[in-house]
Design a protein around this ligand. Structure first.
Ligand code: ADP
Length: 356
């Protein structure tokens, strides 16, 4: 007679195909149930719904059981997922398991496009995601996601009877979006002084009703600067993604951005090569990532479809089944989520408030 313990014991040391750690160490075996005729149902708890090619786990678990337990009946593997995270916004009341910043060394490389793509891609894979546009100097997210509404202030009474005001973000296809672009006219230039900027970013994080999120994606201004410093003081960011184009000049700028993140102790999740193709070339970013010992999260093709969808406010439609560039875009989202899961296992928890 097979026992659940035997099955769990057999699977504990099996390697997870994506991260290379044991399923036991990753806390991925939720349960093993033995039924009539020695049928076995194993439930695997993935660290993110964005876990790529889950069928590899099905194959590995099934063959491990088959090889070591000849009496086993039908085997069924099912999946659940619970996004693991640092809950890094605890001290300011932000209930996001992972806050990811998307940055670049300079403007125009597709940073906002990648931030919006990451948000809608992770959402299309089943994650709870919010998108915050902190690119205060050129807030393009409202246009890209095609939003017309405005965030509204709503009064709430707390359990202690205190009246507080919370900002309801704009909701696009079920995703909460916040941007400075909602508060300034498109043709209005805003000069941000340090304290004002700090206050605006704090309000975006603290007074906005984001709800419970698996991932909050933040689109940073290009280059190095104040917003990143403010974020690093307010939260323990889960990590930063640096976007660059394949050519050498853009790479040099990206290296500056990487060194800034390192200075403020924000872990680098990886580099993304955007606009890969005949015009700018290909592979430069992957090579640089290898040299720097930073994960490479993927190449996104230069594609008129990406530009048109962004310009028309239909960036979410990049994940409709008929979009030919959907594959590489989803691949980048999966790699980013997996890097986070991996870093969670490897790095000690960051302090929630860092005094610089
Ligand atoms: P950044 O935030 O770095 O300034 P954006 O995301 O605003 O850059 O992108 C700049 C322009 O390039 C936009 O018009 C956008 O639609 C376009 N773009 C971005 N990525 C791609 C791509 N992979 N293929 C084609 N056009 C792109």
């Amino acid at each position: 007679m097979l026992t659940e313990m035997q099955v769990l014991e057999r699977l504990r040391n099996l390697r997870d195909p994506e991260i290379g750690r044991s399923l036991g160490e990753m806390g991925m075996i939720s349960s093993a149930v033995i039924g009539a005729g020695n049928s076995i149902t194993v439930t695997i708890d993935l660290p993110t719904p964005a876990y790529p090619r889950q069928e590899r786990i099905t194959a590995a678990v099934t063959s491990a059981i088959r090889e070591s337990m000849p009496d086993a009946g039908p085997i069924e593997i099912s999946f659940i997922s619970n996004v693991r995270g640092k809950m890094s916004g605890g001290s300011i009341g932000l209930r996001a398991k992972n806050v990811i910043a998307v940055g670049s060394g300079k403007g125009g490389v597709g940073k906002s496009t990648v931030a919006a793509t990451l948000a809608f891609g992770l959402k299309s894979l089943g994650c709870k995601v919010g998108l915050m546009d902190a690119d205060v100097y050129g807030p393009s997210i409202p246009h890209m996601v095609g939003s017309h509404g405005m965030p509204v202030a709503v009064k709430h009474t707390t359990a202690t009877g205190e009246e507080i005001e919370r900002i309801e973000p704009v909701e696009i296809d079920g995703m909460k979006v916040m941007s400075m672009g909602y508060f300034v006219k498109p043709d209005q230039a805003v000069i941000w002084r340090g304290p004002l900027l700090h206050r605006a970013i704090t309000q975006f994080l603290k007074d906005t009703d984001w709800g419970d999120l698996d991932y909050l994606i933040i689109d940073l201004p290009p280059g190095t600067g104040d917003v990143t410093l403010t974020l690093s003081q307010l939260l323990g960011l889960a990590g930063a993604i640096v976007v660059c184009t394949p050519q050498q000049v853009a790479l040099l700028d990206a290296i500056k951005a990487i060194s800034m993140f390192r200075q403020v102790k924000i872990p680098i999740l990886g580099l993304v090569e955007n606009m890969t193709g005949e015009i700018f070339g290909r592979g430069g970013v992957r090579k640089k990532a290898e040299e720097l010992g930073i994960p490479f999260l993927g190449e996104l093709p230069i594609d008129a479809g990406i530009r048109i969808r962004g310009d028309d406010g239909r960036i979410a439609s990049l994940f409709s089944e008929d979009n030919p560039s959907r594959g590489p875009l989803l691949g980048m989202c999966e790699q980013a989520a997996m890097q986070l899961a991996k870093q969670l296992l490897e790095t000690p928890r960051m302090p929630t408030l860092e005094i610089l």
